[in-house]
Design a protein around this ligand. Structure first.
Ligand code: NAD
Ligand code: LMR
Length: 332
């Protein structure tokens, strides 16, 4: 029997990530090729015409799984009945703006969209925040949608995770699918800690530690980490636009693994509400290694953390604590 359609909200859908993401969702990349979807697309009034153009293209592409499209500038209409919400819309930093100015714009957006989701989304709606500052936007959304379970509110660090896999694969000249269990700890920012201490490579002789195969601590402690931390900036420099296809693809990976589960023996990185695991302060949205099963994520416990890693976990937590304080100061 055909499955009931799942309603997926994409905010900022007229933007460049939105343009890459909605066809992926309509093709089944996010929820599976047997899962019909109804797309809800939200943008702001100045982008209404462009949003309508995206809707026309979705109709023209005749995606068999796409059972309906809602394209609107009304947050209530956009949020009504959605099972999954991918929050890509936000206010970008413009020339001359201070960090606090950008934060205050985004805090206002995420506060009001939290209320719309809380009142109108389906029960148990899963939320993924992509728009920057992703971790802190997700935290504000959580604060202002208290009836949405905190486990349902996450942010995207899967792009950073995938970037780390990509760097190891290029370095070793091996298929990226043979590398697994890297970790992104912390913030989706340049303080994030891309960690390969527990990563493995599938070889003809079984699973081997990436650290042992790379056998170059200088690269692992230096260029590898900075390349992943700075990759977003490198893409902006090259494209004069921020990453879009990789962000959209990683957003699909995040939701797919969350809903359908991670493969046995594999973890992924997700920005989730900290419960104090690994002595990360509780009450931050922080990226951890997680496994997913039955639509639920669980932080991987018990990984040994060496002194160097400890410092890096704490540094990115400090930045998130500061961002949280800044965000709260914008609320008053
Ligand atoms: P973009 O400027 O092309 O698109 C953003 C869209 O959001 C625009 O269409 C804009 O009109 C819309 N928007 C603005 N305010 C809105 C609101 N209140 N409600 C709904 N829509 C609104 O930007 P983009 O390249 O698509 O990037 C989107 C965001 O994702 C940015 O914040 C970017 O920094 C972030 N990003 C995050 C990651 C990640 O890994 N977490 C990766 C890449 C980009
Ligand atoms: C990315 O990681 O590609 C983006 O978050 C960069 C940005 O600032 O939009």
């Amino acid at each position: 029997m055909a499955k009931e359609p799942v309603r997926v909200l994409v905010t900022g859908a007229a933007g460049q990530i939105g343009y890459a993401l909605v066809p992926m969702i309509a093709r089944g990349v996010m929820l599976g090729t047997d899962q019909p979807v109804i797309l809800h697309m939200l943008d702001i009034p100045p982008a209404a015409e462009a949003l309508n153009g995206v809707k026309m293209e979705l109709v023209d592409a005749a995606f068999p799984l796409l059972k309906g499209v809602v394209a609107t500038t009304d947050a209530v209409e956009a949020c009504t009945g959605v099972n999954i919400a991918v929050m890509v819309g936000g206010f970008p930093r413009k020339e001359g703006m201070e960090r606090k100015d950008v934060m205050s714009k985004n805090v206002a957006i995420y506060k009001s969209q939290a209320s719309a989701l809380e009142k109108h989304a389906a029960a148990n709606c899963k939320v993924l925040v992509v728009a920057n500052p992703a971790n802190t936007n997700a935290l504000i959304l959580k604060e202002f949608a208290p009836s949405i379970p905190e486990k349902n509110i996450t942010c995207l660090t899967r792009l950073d995770h995938n970037r780390a896999l990509g760097q190891v694969s290029e370095r070793l000249n091996v298929p990226v699918s043979n590398v697994k269990n890297v970790i992104i700890w912390g913030n989706h920012s340049s303080t994030q800690y891309p960690d390969v201490n527990h990563a493995t490579l599938t070889t003809s002789a079984g699973e081997k530690p990436v650290r042992q195969i790379v056998a170059d601590d200088e690269w692992l402690h230096g260029e590898f980490i900075t390349t992943v931390q700075q990759r977003g900036a490198a893409i902006i420099k090259a494209r004069k636009l921020s990453s879009a296809l990789s962000a959209a693809s990683s957003a699909c990976d995040h939701i797919r693994d969350w809903v359908l589960g991670t493969p046995e023996g594999t973890w992924v990185s997700m920005g989730v509400y900290s419960d104090g695991s690994y002595n990360v302060p509780a009450g931050l949205i922080y990226s951890f290694p997680v496994t997913c099963c039955n639509g639920d994520w669980t932080i991987v416990q018990g990984l040994p953390i060496d002194d160097l890693s400890r410092k890096k976990l704490d540094l990115t937590a400090e930045e998130l604590t500061e961002e949280k304080a800044l965000a709260y100061s914008c609320l008053t």
